[in-house]
Write a protein that binds this ligand. Structure first.
Ligand code: GLP
Length: 247
């Protein structure tokens, strides 16, 4: 079931998404948070940090699980999702490092890493999961064609996703460098994500409009991985006017 909010600005989208998140954080004894990378949730994370600093909301008892990680770069690479999460959220909160889970993408045995991550995740019940959406309708790194019953797995990234993410991998002239963009990722599967009790989906910008349409109004198909959310009982979708322009 979708609860859709359309706002004029990214700031409003982020503020309202943060209300859902903060209600869970403040109203749950030991909240389990599912977190995402990408530019979409950065404003939401800023609101969480602001609330923590201004109101003293504690994150000492939270446990977090991230969705995904690139495979062929080290954990401390400036573009790893581990680094992203620390720079954009964890370093600013009082969340113990041992409570943070980000898939390990740089291991000898990545198949085993997938099984281990899924096993750890399955011990918990995620109270709220943050999601963005790729321009091809992917969620986490579940590209079109990923089975709806997938668990944590390795994914070869599509050309479109690698092109979208090339803006973060720059050459010495500051231009996007496709050669540096990883080709594989470890990602929670679609079935893993669907177990979350609540989902916050944030999408802004014209390049998301087709994917947003596919998620909300299109047929439920593995060609648009986000369309699986049509079966979830509680999805809060926050859009700006551009992302909502095809609805
Ligand atoms: C990557 C991430 C996704 C994210 C997507 C969109 O592919 N794995 O979790 O939703 O990018 O990113 P952005 O929010 O920067 O548009």
């Amino acid at each position: 079931m979708f609860n859709i909010t359309v706002r004029d600005t990214y700031e409003e989208v982020s503020r309202e998404a943060a209300e859902i998140m903060l209600n869970v954080v403040k109203g749950t004894e030991k909240p389990i948070l599912g977190l995402a990378t990408g530019s979409s949730p950065v404003g939401l994370y800023q609101e969480m940090i602001r609330d923590h600093k201004e109101n003293g909301t504690s994150y000492k008892d939270i446990i977090t699980f991230n969705l995904d990680e690139y495979c062929d770069i080290p954990k401390d690479h400036e573009q790893s999702y581990w680094t992203f999460m620390h720079e954009n959220l964890f370093n600013e909160l009082d969340c113990p490092e041992e409570n943070i889970h980000v898939p390990a993408g740089n291991l000898e045995d990545e198949e085993q890493a997938c099984v281990d991550y899924e096993t750890e995740l399955a011990k918990y019940s995620v109270d709220v999961q943050v999601l963005g959406i790729g321009s091809d309708g992917h969620i986490a790194f579940n590209e079109p064609g990923t089975p709806f019953d997938s668990l944590t797995h390795l994914m070869e990234l599509t050309e479109q996703t690698r092109r979208d993410n090339a803006r973060f991998f720059l050459d010495e002239n500051g231009d996007p460098d496709m050669d540096q963009v990883p080709k594989f990722a470890i990602t929670q599967g679609l079935a893993s994500i669907m177990r979350a009790k609540k989902i916050i989906m944030i999408a802004t910008g014209l390049n998301k409009a087709d994917a947003v349409y596919g998620m909300l109004k299109g047929p439920k198909t593995e060609d648009c991985p986000a369309s699986i959310l049509q079966d979830h009982p509680e999805v809060y979708v926050f859009l700006d006017n551009d992302a909502a322009s095809k609805l």
